[in-house]
Design a protein around this ligand. Structure first.
Ligand SMILES: Nc1ncnc2c1ncn2[C@@H]1O[C@H](COP(=O)(O)OP(=O)(O)O)[C@@H](O)[C@H]1O
Ligand SMILES: [Mg+2]
Length: 132
């Protein structure tokens, strides 16, 4: 799909980020303890400047970036997201409950700019990614 969008160079990083964020969403959804975990939703949106990955799950608890020790086997996922994306964040959509965790990757032709708002609670992605 990314190749079709002319963003094949982002595929490897995108796969890793989708994997980290969807794994967290599945765990978040299971943590609600319902007999059947609720579905999660994944959206990919792209323009010529880059790609945004957005994942919704029904758990309202926010993602918490941990300071993982050197030998910790867990708690690295969001650090990877922070390192490989230009921005990431989460927000509570007003019409769905739960929360949406998102991250943005810039096309290689764009200079990598880590934004200061990264990981701030309740931050929405750039308005260009949002449905009007
Ligand atoms: N979608 C989510 N729903 C609820 N909690 C989350 C979600 N994503 C992340 N978290 C919280 O943030 C913590 C850190 O996530 P992460 O860095 O991926 O480490 P890990 O998944 O190995 O615990 C998780 O342990 C969890 O408490
Ligand atoms: Mg994780």
């Amino acid at each position: 799909m990314l190749a079709e969008w002319g963003l094949a160079e982002l595929a490897e990083v995108a796969e890793l980020l989708v994997s980290e964020i969807t794994t967290n969403a599945l765990r978040g959804s299971r943590a609600l303890g319902q007999p059947l975990p609720s579905p999660i939703h994944l959206w990919l949106r792209a323009d010529r400047l880059g790609l945004v990955i957005m994942v919704w799950d029904a758990n309202p608890q926010p993602p918490i970036r941990k300071e993982a020790g050197h030998d910790a086997v867990s708690g690295r996922g969001l650090k990877i997201v922070e390192a490989l994306s230009s921005r990431w964040g989460w927000y509570k959509p007003h019409d769905m409950g739960g929360k949406c965790v998102w991250c943005e990757i810039q096309a290689e032709s764009q200079p990598m700019q880590h934004s200061a708002v990264s990981g701030q609670p309740r931050s929405s992605p750039d308005s260009r990614w949002l449905w009007s």
